[in-house]
Ligand binder design. Structure first.
Ligand SMILES: Cc1cc2nc3c(=O)[nH]c(=O)nc-3n(C[C@H](O)[C@H](O)[C@H](O)COP(=O)(O)O)c2cc1C
Length: 185
């Protein structure tokens, strides 16, 4: 199994409009593979402008926000590539697509890292953050999962949220619970 890092990807469309989306980057030696599903804005953007900024964040409201219609997070210019980075990123990497492995459902964009920078310290693991990311993945796959699986998982994930969340994690969790509605009770 390859290492996968859950990041917030920033890409831009042909007209320069930035787009934020949670993405699992697959490790490949010194590089990364981005594998966006078809159809998605991230996929269309990578075809138009083959550059991606990987934002390493610990504010899980950005993961939950992207999936619940809240994408208005402050952005800053990147250093070498056109997509911007998140102001909230603890660190970011600027990735250029060097090869595309075509696939009908999920093409794989092989990327090289052209620049990396750190902006703030990593302050350790938090179980509520991990739970929010798992719940965000459930929400992004809700059309593939039986409702009882979602309800079971959300009941399990609610425990570390209740025990370890700060205000940002609690807000992110509430956005996801509201988006599931009756499905997670
Ligand atoms: C932690 C996490 C990882 C994700 N990884 C991927 C991924 O690798 N590929 C993908 O297509 N969608 C992934 N998703 C789902 C997308 O973020 C989501 O469906 C998004 O809306 C993509 O579509 P868009 O580019 O049109 O916004 C992930 C979601 C989460 C919460």
């Amino acid at each position: 199994m390859p290492l996968i890092r859950e990041i917030i990807a920033t890409t831009i469309g042909a007209d320069g409009t930035p787009h934020l989306a949670p993405l699992g980057l697959i490790a490949e030696g010194e590089g990364w593979i981005a594998a966006p599903f078809h159809p998605s804005t991230t996929l269309a953007n990578l075809r138009a402008v083959p550059e991606l900024v990987a934002n390493y964040v610990d504010d899980v409201r950005i993961f939950a926000g992207c999936l619940t219609g809240r994408r208005d997070f402050p952005l800053l210019a990147a250093v070498h590539l056109r997509p911007p980075r998140l102001a909230a990123a603890l660190a970011h990497a600027e990735l250029r697509v060097v090869a595309i492995e075509e696939d009908e459902n999920r093409p794989r964009f092989h990327c090289e890292t052209v620049f990396e920078a750190s902006h703030a310290p990593f302050r350790g693991f938090n179980r509520a953050q991990a739970a929010v990311i798992e719940a965000a993945i459930l929400l992004s796959r809700r059309h593939l999962l039986p409702p009882e699986t979602i309800a079971d998982e959300m009941r399990r994930l609610a425990i570390p949220v209740a025990k370890t969340a700060g205000p940002a994690e609690a807000a992110a969790w509430e956005w996801l619970v509201a988006a599931f509605g009756a499905e997670c009770t």
